[in-house]
Design a protein around this ligand. Sequence first.
Ligand code: ATP
Ligand code: MG
Ligand code: MG
Ligand code: MG
Length: 561
Amino acid sequence: MRQSIFFMPTLKETPADAVAKSHQVMLRGGYIRQVTAGVYSYLPLGYKVLRKTEKIIEEEMANAGVVEMIMPHMLPASMWEESGRLPKYGPEMFRLKDRHGREMLLGPTHEETFTEVVAKSIKSYKQMPLHLYQIQTKFRDENRPRFGLLRGREFVMLDGYSFAASREQLDKQFEDEKAAYLKIFKRTGVEVRPVIADSGTMGGKNSTEFQAPAAVGEDTIATNASGTYAANLEMAVSVDTFKQEAEELKEMEKVATPGCDSIDKLAEFLHVPATRIVKSILYIVDEKKKVLVLIRADKEINEVKLTHLLDCDSLRVAETADLEELTGAGKGGVGPVNADWADEIVADETVKGLYNVVVGAGESDYQFVNANLGRDFDADRFADLRVANEGEPDPVDHEPLQFTTSIEVGHIFKLGTYYTETMGAKFLDQNGKSQPVIMGSYGIGVTRLLSAVVEQHATENEVAWPKEIAPFGIHIIQMKMKDEVQTKLAQDLEAKFAKYDVLYDDRNERPGVKFNDADLVGAPIRITVGRDAADGFVEVKRPSDEQAQKIAVTDLDDFIA
Ligand code: ATP
Ligand code: MG
Ligand code: MG
Ligand code: MG
């Protein structure tokens, strides 16, 4: 590609409204332009990176035996009524009416569509396991679109859906997709951590997020030093679930059993079967300190979390009254998340970020809200609290957790039969019995991933794109366009290295302009053809190199390989 015909409108100044580094760099480098809040055009440079990323996804999905297809963007609202998700999804949904007054929407995710089109067409267990995906534009009317591609209202997602006849099939599909995602992240050069996560409005249990550590990240993950534990601090549970659970568990008495360090011990203490603990959500109150602790649903989570449970003596199953007291119910304590209260919780060593425990109050009913300690509360105070906790005696020998801000770049769920039961997608099993199809759903925010890569691989003025997704593999810069020797050599190199995807700066610009632009293109290898061309020498530089080095043209092959 000749830069003289390329469209790469770079900016000298960082636009004032761009806060995130990736947003700044992508605007300055002419990768993207905003059309309206949270909606972007992908200019040639941005589109090249996007397409290369999509190509990696296509390859890894094919390797994992996941088949590509594409669903429509525009969907009937009726499908979402059928699944019961329409009211839950709320104002994030872009909705419209057709000329006949029928309710339509722009797909924010496609569980319903895949259930309708694919799961409902499965008649026999013989048609499964089945695993499909698409790379598609999604629409979400985010409350706060921001940080460029990190939180858009229109964005590209890889979304996969799996269909299984048994839990074992689902488990394998989940593991296959997870393994493929890890390969995709590796190839795109982004460092990610799989973490335990909540499943939000997806209505599924068993979910893992892929979190890319970055200062700008809106999430916070908690990890321990030995790497055996990683979880998102964010968690959302509805108060209805809470009340129902509390109701069921009400008769249970407080029993003093020290050291709840295993599922079995906790079960004994709570007088519930161990199977119940691995399957359901329990709410426990620390009586002395009035702390609410959630123990999440599945076994993987409990096994880890229970090792952090401190002391059964002071715990009991929570009742609605506990929640009301904690959230200020009955005291007119309606409002957003109560930060004072939350700080108190955070300060408590029983919790100390080990559990996702923040509660807020909704308009008419008290609700657990999605809360994020770093985002929703004063991070500095939080830091102090953590420091204050350090060195305190630990009743159980658990490791202290570290907290890292990070970007959710992917999320996978074992949905189970939620959609197929509500929407009626059944198949005949081996015994001729009718069963709901078992589903999984999987997603990577492709455009968000690009921002995450830049967050991890750029300074304010320079990107160092990982090799496989760099917009160009080699950037040739000719210093003086009027110099025929330079032109001849630059053109020869352009042809010779064509397979690496070459950008050749053949513009009549000053070297300073060319180098500044080259920093924003971020090619893994830059070749400068200057006055040494006549002697058969050029300069080469990788983004990580402090300085360019002079090498003979004859050594270029080795350098590049
Ligand atoms: P978030 O918590 O950041 O709002 P989410 O949990 O709502 O994300 P999912 O429903 O899990 O998102 O969608 C799958 C993936 O799509 C996410 O892991 C993320 O990478 C990406 N994604 C979600 N919302 C956006 C957005 N507004 N802009 C860009 N990418 C997004
Ligand atoms: Mg969201
Ligand atoms: Mg999320
Ligand atoms: Mg998610």
